[in-house]
Design a binder for this molecule. Structure first.
Ligand SMILES: [Mg+2]
Length: 260
């Protein structure tokens, strides 16, 4: 079966490329104080981490299974449709609001599809898990005193379930959803409001996400360092980003204070 990635909205990222800053471009090779890892992160400049949840910290296989299999199956049963017809109608509904806040809003889908979305999520909650090595990564950064802020497009229902089913919560300094701020991460206003909420210097932030279009938005806003996760789902092969430092998983991020 062809895997459809509905979680990476297709937008014209070229329109924003001029405003982006890549870590490589920003590095000063003459700076004696810079701690530059082999993959190009300058940890001497990083004071705060902004971390995506689905696909970055957690295996997106849960979300893909839920939206691409569980919801169409429930929709077919609810409306007495064959599965291909149900899937076609559900995917068309997704497409209508792709990249908007509604796309990520589980209450919207509960109402629009007339399905008990929370109960359906619980059916496949056993698929919710952190990617390998994520807990080690988070704990090492916590021990070094880095603030770790979750910034996610996930809806509150989904965030609550994922914090209950995984141990990531105690490692996090704060959690912010796009629903809290009124705009998805694809919208430049998200980043302005996030800055107001967390009161941070964008140039001193490292943002990690599995979505290139979202990384482009963060770059355009001025987030100093950006890292792409190329394997958001355990069920899919890695796809590396062209414009960003890109790792299969967070275990590939060399931390300068950890000897290998
Ligand atoms: Mg993600």
């Amino acid at each position: 079966m062809r895997q459809v990635n509905l979680f990476e909205p297709h937008v014209d990222i070229n329109a924003h490329a001029g405003g982006g800053k890549s870590p490589q471009r920003d590095m000063n090779p003459d700076a004696h104080t810079a701690v530059i890892t082999p993959i190009g992160l300058d940890w001497s400049r990083i004071r705060i981490l902004l971390l995506d949840m689905d696909g970055t910290l957690l295996d997106r296989h849960f979300d893909d299974t839920f939206f691409l299999e569980v919801v169409p199956e429930a929709y077919a049963a609810r409306y007495h449709l064959d599965l291909p017809t149900a899937r076609q109608q559900v995917l068309a509904a997704y497409k209508e609001v792709e990249g908007t806040l509604a796309w990520y809003d589980l209450a919207y889908w509960a109402q629009r599809l007339e399905l008990d979305i929370s109960a359906l999520q619980n059916k496949v909650a056993h698929l919710i898990r952190p990617h390998p090595h994520v807990m080690t990564f988070l704990q090492q950064l916590r021990e070094r005193g880095y603030p770790l802020h979750l910034v996610t497009n996930a809806h509150a229902w989904s965030l609550r379930l994922k914090l209950a089913k995984t141990p990531i919560g105690p490692c996090l300094t704060s959690t912010t959803t796009s629903h809290d701020l009124g705009h998805p991460k694809e919208d430049p206003r998200f980043w302005q409001r996030l800055r107001e909420r967390l009161n941070f210097n964008p140039d001193q932030a490292l943002f990690i996400d599995d979505s290139e279009p979202i990384l482009e938005r963060a770059a355009a806003f001025g987030i100093g360092q950006l890292l792409h996760v190329a394997k958001p789902s355990s069920a899919l092969p890695p796809v590396h980003a062209r414009r960003f430092l890109s790792v299969v998983g967070l275990h590939q991020v060399p931390l300068p204070w950890v000897s290998v």
